[in-house]
Design a protein around this ligand. Structure first.
Ligand SMILES: [Fe+2]
Ligand SMILES: [Fe+2]
Length: 304
């Protein structure tokens, strides 16, 4: 059983947008686009990642958010179209990032859900009043999608699950069809700081301690996330936290920051190994970078 994991595509498509669409928090995002993000995150790198993933015969694709730059409908539609040219809706699970709920207006319109999930996913019916959390049963894996993204003030990229979603997550994890499987959570925001991230408290998951408490209580196997645009693999108790980096980065001097995706191989006893591939600008394709087993993954530091 093989899962593929990509994140932080930051697909740019401004078709049909107007000047007035930028008269809000998008003003800062638009400035970022003009000063480098558009050059850093490239469509051809995302397509190369999807080509490489398809060639590796994966059972399911997990996308942990920041599909877009500014949460425009044009961006959601374009990125969904490209993903669907490789994977059907039932072969992939997508959760939103902070850029997918970039403004209050995009949150109010719930554009992520309307563009990405015309039919809400979920293999077990729960009576929650929001799409999150949902669970997909994929052979021996229960893959649980969470939403850590919500509109926040200017210059704040932090995430939050909220008490209601955390309570609902406990309900999901107690379900017989979930508890007997390998439990994998997918969300956008990171739990542990990396050295390269300044202003950390404005970037990470606010309620990360509560999430880790639930992971310990229910023996969650993995948390898959993005957001850092870096590369971290950490163990917290029995839970492995794995970041996919950003799959769209064209060039980066540090190998942790290159365009990247992960492949997770599961056997009867759970996760067996993680393969990471990254983008080679000279070959214009993704190549294998490293493979680790769970035993080789370092323990996470104490939360501060
Ligand atoms: Fe991102
Ligand atoms: Fe993000």
């Amino acid at each position: 059983m093989r899962l593929a994991h990509i994140s932080d595509l930051h697909w740019l498509d401004l078709t049909g947008t107007r000047f007035t669409d930028f008269l809000n928090k998008r003003w800062t995002g638009g400035f970022n686009l003009m000063t480098g993000r558009a050059k850093t995150h490239r469509h051809e790198v995302v397509i190369a990642a999807l080509d490489a993933i398809r060639a590796q015969h994966c059972d399911h694709l997990v996308v942990t958010g920041d599909l877009t730059n500014l949460a425009f409908a044009s961006e959601f539609k374009a990125v969904k179209k490209i993903l669907n040219s490789y994977f059907d809706d039932n072969q992939m699970t997508i959760v939103p990032g902070n850029h997918d709920y970039y403004t209050r207006e995009s949150g109010k319109a719930d554009r992520f859900v309307s563009c990405i999930y015309p039919t809400l996913p979920g293999d077990i019916a729960f009576s929650f009043d929001r799409p999150w959390p949902f669970v997909r049963l994929i052979n021996d894996i229960a893959l649980i999608g969470l939403c850590s993204a919500q509109p926040r003030p200017w210059f704040v990229a932090a995430g939050r699950l909220g008490q209601r979603q955390l309570d609902d997550l406990e309900t999901v994890l107690k379900h017989d069809e979930v508890s007997k499987r390998h439990k994998v959570l997918a969300l956008h925001h990171h739990i542990f700081q990396v050295l390269t991230s300044p202003g950390e408290r404005f970037r990470h998951l606010d309620d990360r301690a509560e999430l880790l408490r639930i992971c310990k209580k229910f023996d969650v196997d993995m948390i898959l996330h993005g957001h850092n645009h870096d590369f971290t693999q950490l163990k917290c108790g029995n839970t492995i936290l794995s970041e996919a980096g950003s799959c769209s980065v064209f060039h980066a001097t540090h190998p942790n920051r290159k365009g990247k995706f992960n492949l997770y191989d599961f056997g009867a006893k759970g996760l067996e190994r993680i393969e990471t591939w990254h983008y080679d600008t000279e070959k214009a394709q993704f190549t294998h970078w490293q493979t680790v087993t769970p035993a080789e993954i370092p323990n996470a530091p104490e939360l501060t």
